[in-house]
Design a binder for this molecule. Structure first.
Ligand SMILES: *[C@@H]1O[C@H](CO)[C@@H](O)[C@H](O)[C@H]1NC(C)=O
Ligand SMILES: *[C@@H]1O[C@H](CO)[C@@H](O)[C@H](O)[C@H]1NC(C)=O
Ligand SMILES: *[C@@H]1O[C@H](CO)[C@@H](O)[C@H](O)[C@H]1NC(C)=O
Ligand SMILES: *[C@@H]1O[C@H](CO)[C@@H](O)[C@H](O)[C@H]1NC(C)=O
Ligand SMILES: *[C@@H]1O[C@H](CO)[C@@H](O)[C@H](O)[C@H]1NC(C)=O
Ligand SMILES: *[C@@H]1O[C@H](CO)[C@@H](O)[C@H](O)[C@H]1NC(C)=O
Ligand SMILES: *[C@@H]1O[C@H](CO)[C@@H](O)[C@H](O)[C@H]1NC(C)=O
Length: 748
């Protein structure tokens, strides 16, 4: 065992030596940074690779412009921008000042000037996802941020309160202050605040709303912030790194930025690498690190005599003393030598003792390690709500298909240890991997990001909700795994991406015919209708959006993501909850009253329906302010009789009557008052009616008579509700045939 270890160590040493040689050769060949370079600008230190003026920076991305004016101290700015730099640290952080967006009203609810927004456009280094948060302050405040990280990104938060008494210092939790996270790689953003009631109800203590993207640590919410913010700018953190990966960069020693006695590491959050001084060295790794003289720099680490060496130090004991010479630690330090005969016995004794000890320690260690692993798994299982879930699932086992509890090994094998290449999606909730089980079933494995209490609840919620549902248009939950640090959910794999992608990706949207779109709408409506009325306890999905509708190879819709869904006890028709959902799809009535009803899903579905009709995004900052929400945009167009100008080109050529009826249905789903909206069941029936207006060959398929009878029984109540909307009897009869379709086709 010992010799094997030595061999390994020696190979590693050789590698290190090789690397050092490479690094020192690169140092001698690269041009040294001129000593004439200015190292500070005003009070801000500008360390290399950053620099002021040609030849002083590593490359253009690191160029700093120092604005010297007679009136005040010089101030540093990022290259070609008006973004002021606050400080630069060699650990890869750069702080800049960003502006605060403001929206103010006077006592009669009239907006004062026009609101300002907070925005920034960066060229090289993105905002740090971990260090920054979007924060909004106000008691009648909706903050939205839109930006770009390659694709578009939009998010926001909502803050309300009725009086100063509700507000707590330091708590930015939706009462007077709200926060939300930003995505990785965010290079530019535009954030603004709007108000729901023009601050009329809260004007006496809060006339303005504020929004800013700032370093989380730098801001601590105070109640007096509601009266007004004096600051105009806040610090934000950027992650900087040298472009390329370590491996790529090392190929060209002349441009490699890590100099003598430093190590290169790829930075996880931003594509690029950074350098660190090797252990035992200090300084600026981008210029070359120097040896730390431990014997003089720090407190002398030796009990005896200290010798500094390159990159390290050694300790020894003076004559007539023995020991390792080190101060503190487990070692003996320096001990005066006893008489020699005793010494031999003691040394032999120590030697034998050490051998016996190390053997038993080895065995003990292996045993303990195994026990520890098992304990860890059990702990995770408990922490992840395993016991609660097991009990819940056990109760339901008899009625539904058992949801399997997978072991951690099974899922690791299925995903090749959660390899990057197996990632099929990322979102706010976590990461989705594609996996292959031993029986060669392809599955999707959802790994949530971090587990705090609220997420565990959402997670268990999703498992419980999904184990209630058995519908061919709902993504099936196969099981879960609770033995890992974060819980894992296992779903069947739906292979054709999200509806969002198919609508908004120009290459794909042209392939989605009107007929397909209508079918997808109809399938989604049936799922919702089923959730609302057919399951044993009604379920409200709460987050219907095109992003959460997956498509399989035949473009069949599969509704997913039940993390936010709520089971509604039968004796309650509405629930009071924290408002949750996605801007653009969120029911305004729910937003206002916090009363969750099934009609909130109807509203969200209405938005998806017009997304299908128009091919436009639910929330877009490219449109005029009053038309940013797709619902408003659509309703305005309908009012002005411009329906056929806004529908997708491909649909404009379709059957006018079908499109008109679909648009009319969407309009009814988007009614401001929940009670004026149709139920999901009525929507599903209407959509079936619209679909069968065109001639479909399969409408005439023979139905299994038993099934028809069964369906008739089940549908009786829907005749009653259907007759209250404009649905004709023909439409209803046709829709019945459609209902039977699933069983016919699933019989394949
Ligand atoms: C330098 O600062 C002055 C005063 O703040 C400003 O007017 C000027 O535009 C700045 N120049 C540049 C190049 O940023
Ligand atoms: C940079 O600024 C932050 C926030 O003002 C401060 O906490 C930090 O100490 C500063 N770092 C340096 C190196 O000046
Ligand atoms: C609010 O502002 C409007 C327009 O600026 C003005 O007409 C109105 O008198 C103001 N109301 C109050 C109470 O100051
Ligand atoms: C500057 O940064 C951007 C983005 O990080 C990168 O694409 C570009 O190659 C960098 N420029 C240089 C000269 O390294
Ligand atoms: C930010 O949005 C506002 C509208 O709210 C727009 O007028 C402004 O031009 C945008 N700013 C940037 C930098 O895109
Ligand atoms: C808010 O102000 C705008 C114009 O400034 C006005 O159109 C709107 O009706 C006002 N809303 C309320 C709730 O007072
Ligand atoms: C780089 O060095 C800093 C400070 O010594 C340390 O905190 C950090 O963990 C190091 N990073 C890596 C990747 O070694």
């Amino acid at each position: 065992m010992g010799s094997k270890w030595n061999l390994l160590e020696i190979t590693r040493m050789m590698l290190v030596v090789g690397q050092l040689l490479l690094i020192s050769s690169s140092l001698s060949s690269s041009q040294a940074v001129s000593s004439n370079c200015q190292e500070t600008c005003g009070v801000v230190a500008v360390p290399y690779p950053f620099g002021i003026g040609d030849g002083c920076y590593l490359n253009k991305n690191f160029s700093i412009h120092c604005n010297v004016t007679a009136a005040s101290t010089p101030k540093p700015y990022l290259r070609n921008s008006n973004i002021e730099v606050l400080n630069i640290s060699l650990d890869g952080e750069l702080r800049i000042y960003t502006h605060i967006g403001v929206d103010c009203y006077n006592e009669s609810g009239i907006q004062q000037q026009s609101g300002t927004w907070a925005s920034a456009t960066l060229s090289a280094f993105p905002f740090s996802k971990t260090k920054n948060k979007l924060t909004a302050i106000g008691c009648d405040t909706v903050a939205v941020i839109a930006g770009s990280k390659g694709q578009g990104f939009a998010s926001g938060c909502l803050s309300v309160c009725t009086g100063m008494d509700d507000v707590t210092d330091g708590a930015c939790d939706g009462i007077g202050c709200c926060q939300t996270t930003i995505p990785e790689m965010l290079l530019n953003y535009n954030a603004s605040v709007v108000s729901l009631k023009n601050h009329t109800k809260v004007w006496s203590f809060n006339p303005c709303s504020y929004v800013f993207l700032a370093e989380d640590k730098s801001f601590n919410f105070r109640r007096e912030n509601l009266h007004g913010m004096k600051k105009k700018v806040v610090p934000s953190v950027l992650d900087w790194a040298v472009w390329e990966t370590c491996v790529e960069a090392q190929k060209d020693p002349t441009s490699f930025a890590c100099k003598a006695h430093s190590e290169c590491f790829d930075f996880a959050n931003v594509p690029g690498y950074r350098c660190n001084c090797s252990s035992g060295y200090k300084g600026n790794p981008y210029l070359g690190c120097v040896d730390i003289d431990e014997c003089n720099d720090l407190e002398n680490p030796c009990d005896g005599i200290c010798h500094n060496t390159e990159g390290s130090y050694t300790c020894s004991c003076p004559k007539d003393y023995h020991g390792d010479g080190k101060k503190g630690g487990d070692g003996p330090g320096c001990i005066a030598n006893p008489k020699s005969s005793h010494l031999v016995i003691i040394l032999v004794g120590i030697g034998v003792g050490i051998i016996v000890l190390s053997f038993s320690a080895g065995f003990l260690y292996l045993g303990l390690k195994k026990r520890k692993l098992i304990r860890l798994k059990e702990q995770y299982f408990k922490q992840n709500g395993g016991l609660l879930l097991q009990q819940q699932l056990h109760e339901r086992d008899r009625t539904t298909n058992a949801t399997k509890i997978f072991s951690a090994e099974e899922l690791e094998k299925a995903t090749e240890h959660f390899d990057e290449s197996k990632i099929v999606g990322r979102g706010g909730y976590g990461t989705v991997y594609k996996g292959i089980l031993p029986n060669s079933t392809i599955v999707a494995i959802k790994k949530s990001k971090l587990v705090d209490e609220s997420q565990i609840e959402q997670f268990i919620n999703e498992v419980i909700v999904l184990s209630q549902i058995n519908h061919r248009n709902v993504v099936k939950l196969l099981g879960c795994c609770l033995e890992t640090e974060v819980p894992l959910l296992v779903y069947e794999f739906v292979n054709n991406g999200t509806l969002f992608d198919h609508i908004h990706n120009p290459n794909k949207s042209s392939k989605m015919s009107w007929e397909t779109r209508l079918r997808i709408a109809s399938e989604t409506a049936e799922v919702l209708s089923y959730l609302h009325s057919s399951t044993s306890i009604p379920i409200i999905h709460r987050d219907i959006k095109s992003m959460n509708i997956l498509l399989d190879a035949n473009y069949t819709a599969r509704v997913s993501d039940f993390g936010a869904s709520r089971l509604v006890p039968l004796d309650q028709s509405e629930l009071s909850t924290m408002v949750q959902g996605t801007l653009g799809y969120l029911d305004p009535e729910y937003l206002r009253t916090s009363q969750l009803t099934e009609k909130s899903d109807v509203y969200s579905f209405g938005v998806v329906l017009i997304e299908l009709l128009t091919g436009k995004k639910a929330l877009s900052f490219d449109r005029r302010e009053e038309e940013r929400s797709l619902a408003m945009y659509f309703l305005l167009a309908l009012k002005e009789n411009r329906l056929f100008q806004i529908v997708e080109e491909l649909i404009a050529r379709e059957d006018n009557e079908q499109v008109k009826r679909a648009a009319d249905l969407a309009k009814r789903c988007l009614k401001l008052k929940g009670e004026e909206r149709p139920t999901m069941k009525e929507v599903a029936i209407e959509l079936d009616g619209i679909r069968t207006m065109a001639n479909h060959p399969w409408v005439n398929l023979d139905l299994n008579p038993e099934e028809t009878v069964h369906l008739l029984g089940k549908m009786t109540d829907s005749i009653v509700s259907a007759s209250s909307s404009n649905t004709t009897n023909t439409g209803y009869a046709d829709s019945m045939k459609n209902h039977a379709m699933p069983s016919v086709s699933s019989g394949r």
